[in-house]
Design a protein around this ligand. Structure first.
Ligand SMILES: [Zn+2]
Ligand SMILES: [Zn+2]
Length: 397
């Protein structure tokens, strides 16, 4: 592997930073201490800092030379409401909160790049180091953009990275085009008319209507969207009734829809609504239809993806970059940034979990699992990627 020496030599400091953040996890928009740690490190290395963008977001700014060109490198910094099962020294000190998605490592990798870039200014232009809050459902990326991220910090392109368990350390995965899905949720209430269960003809049974709707919705996936397009429509909760001899007034269907394009999402939402309304109408019931779009699909831009692949190959070799990784139905709010700016998001292999020292829980080392731990071996690899990306993008004339 073609790692940057001074970063490799800085590994134990980066590990310390990562484990300190791991021990002090903070949830969506509460990342005060984490932001303090980041701002203190950046300031200590002579990097100007903007704070409070998107509530707790931090941006470090490293300028060099005279070029107007600029690039953004983004890390997320929030934790999850998960009770950690690990018992090693850096386990979470906060009950019910845990860095189970490795954002502690994402912060440390970007700090590693900041440390090196501030000392070796081998580029012409500006590097914006974006530390965003609330990736886990809070849409922190969008909040930073609403607070003027791209106007205060004008940049040509923006890049993101996430650790990926089950993929070998020293390898990367990426693909041009859609790489992660849009995430959306629905709650549909069927309003019927309650009755005695022995006299169903005197009511309008919302449970029968809800069942019809639930069945018919699956035909959207198989009969309405093109078979070439990918989508998932999952009903994850059905609530109705509380007695064996009472037909309830209403029934509720709750679930999620995932798609890789907004066009398919538009189609699914519109068809779900039509089926729900018309089915209810056919039975004399009504529906209250609520559909909420959370994160859009994450779509990598072709040119920036080709560029990222080239940089990755120069670090880990051609064979260790999967340039056509299978997209995942998971979601990521970096998608908002890629709607505004060209850029690319990559997966960095986190290994199988055998990096965990004694004291880890018994479960697998998957993201969002209570026995997960970020693999510290990745720190110099990820930091080297960030540095090479910035130096190559802002190459000196
Ligand atoms: Zn996560
Ligand atoms: Zn994550």
């Amino acid at each position: 592997m073609n790692l940057i020496d001074p970063i490799t030599q800085f590994h134990s400091e980066l590990q310390q930073i990562r484990r300190d953040i791991h021990a002090h996890p903070e949830l969506c928009f509460e990342e005060q201490r984490t932001a303090d740690v980041i701002a203190q490190k950046l300031s200590a290395w002579g990097i100007p800092v903007i704070r409070g963008m998107g509530v707790t977001g931090v941006v470090g700014i490293i300028k060099n030379g005279s070029s107007e060109r600029a690039i953004g490198l983004r890390a997320d910094m929030d934790a999850l409401p998960v009770q950690e099962l690990n018992t090693f020294a850096h386990t979470s000190k906060h009950v019910g909160k845990m860095h189970a998605c490795g954002h502690d490592g994402h912060v440390a990798m970007l700090l590693g790049a900041a440390y090196y870039l501030s000392q070796h200014r081998n580029f012409d232009g500006t590097v914006y180091l974006i530390f965003q809050p609330a990736e886990e459902g809070g849409g922190g990326a969008k909040r930073m953009m609403d607070d003027g991220l791209f106007t205060t910090c004008p940049m040509e392109a923006v890049f993101g990275m996430h650790n990926w368990p089950g993929v070998a350390v020293g390898t990367f995965g990426v693909t041009a085009g859609p790489m992660m899905a849009s995430s959306n949720e629905f709650e549909v209430v069927v309003k019927g008319k309650g009755a005695h269960a022995a006299q169903p003809h005197k009511g309008i049974d919302p449970i029968m209507v809800a069942i019809q709707i639930a069945q018919s919705w699956q035909t959207i996936i198989t009969r309405n969207k093109s078979p070439i397009d990918t989508a998932a429509l999952s009903i994850t909760q059905i609530h109705a009734g509380s007695a064996t001899n009472v037909i309830p007034d209403d029934a509720t269907l709750i679930g999620t829809v995932r798609t890789f394009t907004t066009e398919v999402l538009d189609l699914i939402e519109q068809r779900m609504q039509a089926i729900a309304r018309h089915t209810a109408q056919a039975f004399g019931a009504e529906v209250d239809f609520r559909f909420k779009r959370n994160y859009p699909p994450l779509v990598n831009h072709a040119q920036e993806t080709a560029f990222a692949i080239e940089v990755l190959q120069s670090i880990v070799g051609v064979d260790n970059v999967d340039a056509r990784i299978e997209p995942t139905m998971g979601a990521e709010d970096f998608a908002f940034m890629l709607q505004e700016k060209p850029g690319c998001y990559v997966f960095i292999g986190n290994g199988e979990g055998d990096h965990r020292i004694s004291g880890h829980g018994l479960g697998p080392c998957n993201l969002h699992n209570p026995s997960y731990d970020f693999n510290d071996q990745l720190l110099p690899i990820g930091a080297t990627y960030w540095v090479r990306l910035a130096e190559s993008h802002l190459r000196k004339a």
